[in-house]
Every structure is written in C-alpha cells, then in structure tokens.
Design a protein around this ligand. Sequence first.
Ligand code: ZN
Length: 503
Amino acid sequence: MSALEALKAELRVVARLRSTASLLHWDQETHMPSGAGAARADQIALIESLTHERLVGDGVRRPLAELVDLDSGKPDPALDEETARLVHEIWRDYHQAAALPADFVEDYARLTARAQQVWAQSRKDNDFNAFAPYLEKIVAMKHREVEYLGKKETAYDTLLDQFEPGMTSAEVTRLFDSVKRRLVPLIQAIRDAGVDTRQEILKQSYPKDKQWQFGLQVLKDMGYDLDRGRQDVSAHPFTIDMHPTDVRITTRIDEHDFLSGFSSTVHEGGHGLYEQGLDPEWYGTPFGQAISYGIHESQSRLWENLVGLSKPFWRHYYPRLQALFPENLQTVDLDTFYRAINTVKPSLIRVDADEATYNLHIMLRFEIEKKVINDGLPVRELPELWNRKMEEYLGVRPDSDANGVLQDVHWSFGGFGYFPTYALGNLYNVPIMNQARKEIEDLEEKIASGNLLELREWLRNRLHRLGRRKTASELIQDLTGSPLSAEPFMEYLETKYREIYGI
Ligand code: ZN
C-alpha cells in the first residue's frame, strides 16, 4: 500500500471513532435520560481521547512523514498539486492535534461534556453562579490550549482559526465595522417607519403535527435525503454528521410561533444538505470535510433567509400553508404574510433574531469574547457586561441571565471564536446566491414553482463536493470573482427592507 493509501485508511478509522462520539452527543441531546449525564460525559471523553490517540499515533505519523515535512507542513515537491493540498490539510489537523497532550484532551472533553449539562440546568434555573465555576475552568483550559497551539496575533486569533481557518480578528473587525456603518442606520430607519408588520399572525395556534408535516415537505423539496438522514426534536436545533449517509438534524416546534420551527427546520436542513453533499469517497480526509464553520453557516442561512424568507419561495408554499392552517391564514394575503415573517425588531434572544438585527447579537459576543480571552475579564463580570452591551447594541436589556448571558450553549463546550462564523455565514451567502442566480437560468421562477432541487444541485457541484480543496476566502474569490466584502450582504438587506418598510 502506498503511503497515501495507508494514510487515508487510518484517517477513516479516526473518522469512525469521531462519528461514534457524534452519535453519543446526538443521543445526549435527543433521547438520553437526564440521569445518565455523568456516565455519558465519561463515555464521550473516552472516545475522544481514543480518537486523539489514533490521530497523533504512528498510523498517521509514519505515512504522513513520507509525504510532508512534519515540522513545516511542506509537501514533497514530487506530489501533484491536488495531493499536495490534501496532505498539507491533513498535516494541519495532525499538527494541531499533536500539539495537545493526551491528558489535556481527555480532561477537556470530560469538563465540557459536564459543563454543557450544568449550563442547561443553570439556564433553566436562571442561575449564572452555578455555571460560573465551570466556565472559569474552561477559560483557563482555553489559555492552555492557546499556549500549546502557539499564539497568533492575539490569543483569540488562535481560537478563531480553529473555526474559520485563515480568518483573523483584524479582518472580522474590518468586516463587522463596514456592516455596522450601514446596518445601524437601516435598523433605525425601520424603527422610525413605524410599520405594523402584523407579527401576531404567526403567533396564533399552529398545531405542532401540522408544522412538522409542512417542515418535512420543505426538507424533501430541498433535496434533504431522509434515507440518509432524519429529523428529531431537541431544545436547541443542531445538525450532526456521522457520515454522508447518516446526517441528522433536529428542530424545535412552538405551537404559538410558526416562524421559530420553520426557520430552524430550513436552517438545519441547509447544514444537512452540505454534509450529505460531501464526497463519501474522501470520507475521513479533508476533501470529505466542510471548508469552515462560516461556510457551513452560509449554507444554512442561504436556505433559511435567502430562500426561506423570500417572496418567490412563498409564492409556491403560501397557498399550501394556507390550506394547512385555513383558520389562521385564509384571510391573510401573501404580501401581509411576507411582511410578518420579515419583521425586523431588536430582541433579547439571538436564535430568534431577524436577519438584520442578528448580526448585532454576534458583534457584541465577538467583543465580549475578546475581552475574556485577550484581556482576562473575570467570568463573574460577564452578566453585567452582557446586559450593558445589549443596551448599547440593541437597545434592550435582558430581564434575566437566562435570557441574557446564559442563552447560548457555545461557551459551555469551549466554543470561544465560534460566534463570528455565524455573521460570516451571512456575508458569504449573499455573493454565493448572487452567483447562483447568474448561473442558473430563471432561478427565481424555479423557486416560485417549487423547484428547489436545481439550486441544491448547483451548491453541491460548486461547493459541497469540494471539501477542503479551497479555503473560505479562495472559494469566494474563485466562485464569485471578488474577495469577501460586506457590500453584497448590505445591498441585499437594504433593498429588501426598504421595500418591505417603505423607506
Ligand atoms: Zn447554523
């Protein structure tokens, strides 16, 4: 067997271990009895330490050493361009994993598995103090992780790079600033317009089973393959992949909030399509993996916002929705419904935010995370800082920590550096969609006639199948012919909301 074949075979073993841990996580969030928390944390920690051991073991190191220089990651000059790219990306993963001592990996996995359970309870009890000691330990471990991995421009940059390879906080700041310059006046103008978008239409009683049925139909139309995936209910919707043939999504359904369940379903469906679209032949290798968290998020948000909140989409689906909920919607016309689902209104909870104010939720988290990681802000001061920033950015003050600093799961699994990728997803998805419109003839009309498959095919061929053959910035440059900028996203928002709000 060649070194490359041996390497790929060993990486498939690593991926199988990793997918086993994923399955344990999926079960923890969907069906696990609540009393099993501590035992589950031990199981996950064990599998994750075995995964790490195998990834940094001889089975990977030996063949990899034949293909790249292990210190610099420089590929053997005899390799063709594609193989050189592949082994460099493998080296990147290997190098980062090898920098972390085995006991650190195991301790971290156990701590964060437990912390997620503690966070869920703290949020339920509105008790930040119960979660704070865990968060303090996590922050301390993040600092050790930065030391092991090597500090980039700032400690935060090292963490950000884990989620969005190649991205820096300086670049994120530049992008966010140019969003903010146009977004803040837009939101102000929307507020001043004083238009009643009749959101109450969406808050009537929508029986859960019918919402489920509608969401599932949209998923099928999007091309989400239910023979290679499934949908369940969880408190916080997520997508988890075991293999391109087993990609599971979850949603949540609120009888009195139609948009919440619909958006979650389509959002996670977008993530699911990306994972189902990866090339199984490259399973376990970087060419069988998503480019970055930001690109992943671009796929969920493209479906959720650019498709699922668009007029063409509802031209097809609204009559069907009316037929399903005649007592709620019979007398509501399409334009009224369209305005209701596109209401812009500053609110407390990120996951319920509209596509315009959403970005402000991310900006404040980005600022707070940098303070914790770079400036040593004590964890105990987080609730107060959070509330102050909410007033500054969104003009609303949380009524409780449960609706404030405790609302997101991310810090409990150590995901510092994760949040910016959500807003980056918004910035990536508009130029991607603009390009799809250029390359797919009459895309809007196709969507308006319920044909979503052509868009999925285009995304699959132009993006999903690539795996990590390109970085996020290379992808955007190659696909659209321009580097990433905030302008397409702001153009999109301004055009859409000027029309809706008559400003
Ligand atoms: Zn997402």
